[in-house]
Design a protein around this ligand. Sequence first.
Ligand code: NAP
Length: 264
Amino acid sequence: MFELKDKPRSENSLLRGKVAIITGARRGMGKSHALKLAKAGAKIVVSDISLEECQKVVKEIEKGGGKALAVKCDVTKREQVDEMVKKTIKKFGRIDILVNNAGICQFKPFLELTEEDWDKTLDINLKGYFLCAQAAAKEMAKQKSGVIVNIASIAMGQVGVGFPNLTHYSASKGGIVGMTEALAVELAPYNIRVNAVAPGVIETPMVDPLKSDPKTMEATLARIPLHRMGRTEEVSNLVLFLASDTSSYMTGSTVVIDGGWLAT
Ligand code: NAP
């Protein structure tokens, strides 16, 4: 029965007692997810290549009364990923949430793409997600609970729009969606949910090259019905939803957040 006096659970307590690892969290969307999940009560492992930068985010979380740990981790290196998981368990005792977010986006015409470009993008954007998901899922499987949120992109394929100069990036993001679906099925018996988020153009340092070219920027905005870039906070709201029990019946889904781009 619905009664108005039953207060809805505050967003600030949605993740109370949970422990979340966010990769690529020194800036951009990763930092925003770290702050959002911390506000919701989770203890956060802020992980990225630069420890110093991670420590700045940790300070910000601690200043607001949250708990966090900075961990240097290049997601392409298995030893560093394993070390990140070890440090998380040592400090906080468990892993409830992994946000696979670390990524790069290099705009380059396909005919000029080198093998090194391809390998670098696939290594960070896809192999990195595999290594982190596997290391975290091993802990989650022991607990018989966990949530993985993989950050894909609308450049993931099968959406009716191709993205020129992003062949390698698109291949990596499509791979993430396939991985998300396979993992959702395989990890369901361990009560681990796996979903993906596919953002459109979000205002972070990653889109600086786009912003520095007014013509391309104008053409991009013209394709977005809401006619603006997304804010990191808007994506973090979705990540919080997928990371929390509010989405308890969702697994294997890829949720688009793009200001309407793919609806056009
Ligand atoms: P960002 O501001 O460039 O942040 C990405 C972070 O990942 C950076 O701090 C980066 O560190 C880090 N990183 C790169 N390689 C790494 C590695 N090997 N190990 C650990 N960390 C690494 O980009 P963002 O826009 O927030 O992107 C976050 C995620 O959203 C990415 O997966 C991206 O593909 C996805 N996405 C972004 C958009 C968008 O419009 N912004 C749209 C769709 C999807 P360095 O700076 O040192 O390289």
